[in-house]
Ligand binder design. Structure first.
Ligand code: NAD
Ligand code: UD1
Length: 329
């Protein structure tokens, strides 16, 4: 297959590119580098020893998309491109609605014009809001708290309508839980700009001494150790999930991609300390607004229908994060 990855220079897209290339598929990437660096493309090529077709282009500009489809016969698209920071989306809602929604509409218009109707969409566990019942299944009630989350829900609705109107579309929406870790090569990984909002990038900056200590947002939740529980999933397992999804396209499908196992913030800190060989300094801070006490996936549907299972555990995630971080220094 020749697969177009929008936002393919980003964290999850770059790992998916590597796994697709390792599996023998061809990859075309379009990315405006708003949250990525062109060196990622070189590193993907270094890992797989194969060339990657890269377009420095913006999905907000239909001509950029047109160029890609005119140059390549694309079999399927994986749509990663978009903004993803929850806090920033609250501060700049229009920027989020504009980029995430208009990009998707431009992409759908162009793929339709070129007769490419196989699409995988990067959705998020954020669409489950604060779940009442755990683990969450794909039919769990949907709700969300941020403009970012609304863009994910809105795109899920748009894609559902598109699939209903034209049954020749094959659309799979993947709801990712918390991706962490890095490719085992240590050459690509997650490196957000500025002070990180998410747990693992923050822990890494503390481990390198760039930040003095981690703030743990609340230790008085109704969870085993009082800190929040999340379903952390190794980004390589997540990337492989996209290949399984591409191999099982058919109509409209929705899958949770998580391990099915929750880890607390404290367990993450302890596991990361084991991986790097020294303690991560932390302080307990007040709860962060909007945090679910616990959320983890029921990944049964992906196991049964896609034959996909997460293979890597929290120790693997911490080891690979740390390897990438040390490589970068
Ligand atoms: P990322 O920011 O690393 O990657 C997104 C990429 O899209 C970036 O490289 C960015 O430069 C590019 N991009 C943004 N707007 C663009 C545009 N208009 N045109 C072209 N390129 C554009 O993020 P990621 O962590 O790799 O996430 C990928 C997708 O998965 C996003 O849609 C995100 O919402 C979703 N997701 C991520 C997580 C997570 O924890 N990382 C969880 C759930 C869902
Ligand atoms: C967040 C987003 C979610 C998005 C996901 C992927 C919120 C409310 N949710 O999920 O929509 O899909 O990122 O990027 O922002 N924590 C600390 N200290 C820190 C950072 C985090 O204690 O400095 C805790 C949080 O309270 C949480 C856990 O670590 O319990 C994980 O946080 P984070 O990595 O931000 O992910 P989510 O909140 O699950």
């Amino acid at each position: 297959m020749k697969v177009l990855l929008t936002g393919g220079a980003g964290y999850i897209g770059s790992h998916t590119a590597v796994e697709l290339l390792r599996a023998g598929h061809d990859v075309v990437i379009i990315d405006n580098l708003s949250n990525a660096n062109e060196s990622v493309i070189e590193n993907i090529q270094k890992i797989v020893q194969r060339p990657v077709n890269f377009y420095h282009g913006d999905l907000l500009n239909p001509a950029d998309l047109d160029r890609v489809f005119a140059d390549h016969k694309i079999d399927a698209v994986v749509h990663f491109a978009g903004y993803k920071a929850v806090g920033e989306s609250v501060a700049k809602p229009l920027m989020y609605y504009q980029n995430n929604l208009v990009s998707t509409l431009n992409l759908l218009e162009t793929t339709t014009r070129y007769g490419v109707k196989n699409l995988i969409f990067s959705s998020s566990a954020t669409v489950y809001g604060i779940p009442e019942k755990l683990p969450v299944v794909e039919e769990s009630p949907l709700s969300t708290l941020s403009p970012y989350g609304y863009t994910k829900l809105a795109i899920e609705h748009i894609l559902t309508d598109v699939a209903a109107a034209d049954p020749s579309w094959n659309i799979t929406m993947l709801r990712y839980f918390n991706p962490v870790g890095a490719d085992a090569s240590g050459l690509i990984g997650e490196s957000p700009r500025g002070i990180p909002n998410n747990l693992f990038p923050f822990i890494m900056r503390v481990a390198t001494g760039e930040l003095p200590e981690l703030g743990i947002f609340g230790n008085d939740y109704d969870t085993p150790d009082g800190t929040c529980v999340r379903d952390y999933i190794h980004v390589t397992d997540l990337a492989i999930g996209h290949i399984c999804a591409l191999e099982h396209l058919g109509g409209l499908r929705i899958y949770n991609l998580g391990t099915g196992r929750g880890y607390s913030v404290m367990e993450c800190v302890q596991e990361f300390s084991r991986a790097c060989g020294f303690g991560i300094p932390y302080v307990i801070k007040p709860r962060r607004a909007g945090d679910a006490p616990a959320i983890y996936a029921d990944p049964t549907r992906a196991a049964n229908e896609l034959n996909w299972h997460a293979q890597r555990d929290l120790a693997d995630m911490c080891r690979d994060c740390w390897k990438y971080q040390k490589n970068k220094q």
